[in-house]
Unconditional design. Sequence first.
Length: 282
Amino acid sequence: MSSDFPVHPFAKAALNYGVPPADGIRPYQYTNADPITGERRKNYTHEPKEVIIENLRGKEHLASLDTTGFQYFKHPSKHTSFANDEEIVREYYPETIELIKKYTGASRVVIFDHTVRRRRLGKVVDEPGARQPVNGVHVDQSGKAAVARVHRHLPAEDVPQLLQKRFQIINLWRPISHPADDWPLTLCDYRSVNPEKDVFSVAFIYPDREGETLGMKYNPNHKWKYVSGLTPEEFVLIKCSDSIDDGSVAVFTPHTAFEDLNTPAGSPPRESIEIRTLVFYD
């Protein structure tokens, strides 16, 4: 059940699209946030672009992992406290693995990390203990980074065989505590994306290694979707990468949090958890 507020068929919002640096310089972003500003050092910028976002509440079936790149489900979590990382790993990880297997048909699912976000007024973007919604269009992993994740998180002897078959990175995103009326998540229908022109690779620089994400340039053809008032009993699977890249299925899903002007006054700040997984098929 969604929140009890009126369902608006569309939302209008300014989404922050990426602008890569000039002269072909490789875009980069550091993972460590500045302790004062909460910002991560990077050499590319963002520009706000106004878009119309379709509300799929009541039409959730129109989205699927292989067409749009994301899919909504209703399945309450057994674990509900999300009080600390140890509890989440012990109690929420196992049920997440089973959920993803159930709804994708995967034979093996490996969780490699998670993020709990609790929006707090006046907090900076990535203050410890108060990770804030990401207000910028992005894809969590590039195809290159997805392969690197397999090497990083799976036993070396398993990797060659796993890479011969289909594998994906899929995130499971769920509101916690209350419906996500405030700063909800919007996702871009992959069928409206031009993968050759709209995306650019961003080096994601950790203290000890380098990953790679995708930034998104503005394209007026993009079709944005969300489900208003997503509840803790619901979740969305977000495909970040797919080893099938022949045009037959969605390969990735651009997404971002956004300020929904339809959000009723007094709605509690958004709280959510995102689990990131490697998904393998026989």
